[in-house]
Design a protein around this ligand. Sequence first.
Ligand code: G3H
Ligand code: 13P
Ligand code: ZN
Length: 332
Amino acid sequence: MVSFKEIGLVNTREMFKKAVDGGYAIPAFNFNNMEQLQAIVQAAAETKSPVILQVSKGARNYANSTLLRYMAEGAVAYAKELGWENPQIVLHLDHGDSFELCKDCVDMGFSSVMIDASSLPYEDNIALTKKVVEYAHKYDVTVEAELGVLAGVEDEVSSAESHYTKPEEVIDFATRTGCDSLAISIGTSHGAYKFTPDQCTRDPKTGRLVPPPLAFDVLHEIENKLPGFPIVLHGSSSVPQEYVDMCNKYGGNLPNAIGIPEEQLREAAKSAVCKINIDSDSRLAMTGAIRKYLAENPSHFDPRQYLKPAREEMKKMYIHKIVNVLGSNGKA
Ligand code: G3H
Ligand code: 13P
Ligand code: ZN
């Protein structure tokens, strides 16, 4: 059993309270590899932004759970080395799908876990979430739960359409589970294809797809029911057109990829939404930069040559999110 406190991590409790009160949101960036982690830590250290390092079940399978946990421990030391005196770094399990997985993460030093039982019937979601909360809170580990279903694919849980969170359920759910934050469904979804072209309109000037707005009315109803309670938005990549174009120009094929417009995320960050999850934008930045580099330098084969510009592109993107979208710079 390792406590997250021994390895210099923090849980989300204080961080979320400050973010809700201050009208900004904490970035939750997924990572699977060293270059993503370096870019995240550099971006957070340079902007003095609290940051949540997210590890999915898929990331654990890809990279090895022990390695990822030590990488997060290393991230704290690296952040200090970069001159960030008091790094505010959370290690979070993203979309935990069982009690055993959440327990394993608590036991190995995670400071926060998500139990995503949103695909289960309401009472079963409550029972499983409560069980995880009871265990995690013994070690001061904070717990994110989810109510409502996002469209698209949630790890192995797939749902063709989104079912918005029902505001009339949130008080009962939060009270009975004791969860520390709640992920809600208001129209975001995972991946780089958040809307089909027929759900969008077209900008007459650029010809680009314009997605429908998020359900801010549902968000505001939830905020009214649970004043000050930390709300989480999954599926919040913006799918920047420049990265989609970069991928497509250099051999990729990502037709009609589309995300959440940044102005809507900016608006959400000012509300009780205090954690915004971004994974796909990092994948697009990395892949776009690698495709470009390899197309322009066909004789190069040292991975450091193409991973360096990929890391720089991700860092630029993370800093942009922190400073221009979430407003978490200078808060740690
Ligand atoms: O919500 C899903 C995250 O983007 C993680 O994706 O399960 O492919 O690692 P993954
Ligand atoms: P994106 O696919 O929009 O980056 O969402 C990531 C996410 O919600 C991770 O849990
Ligand atoms: Zn998610």
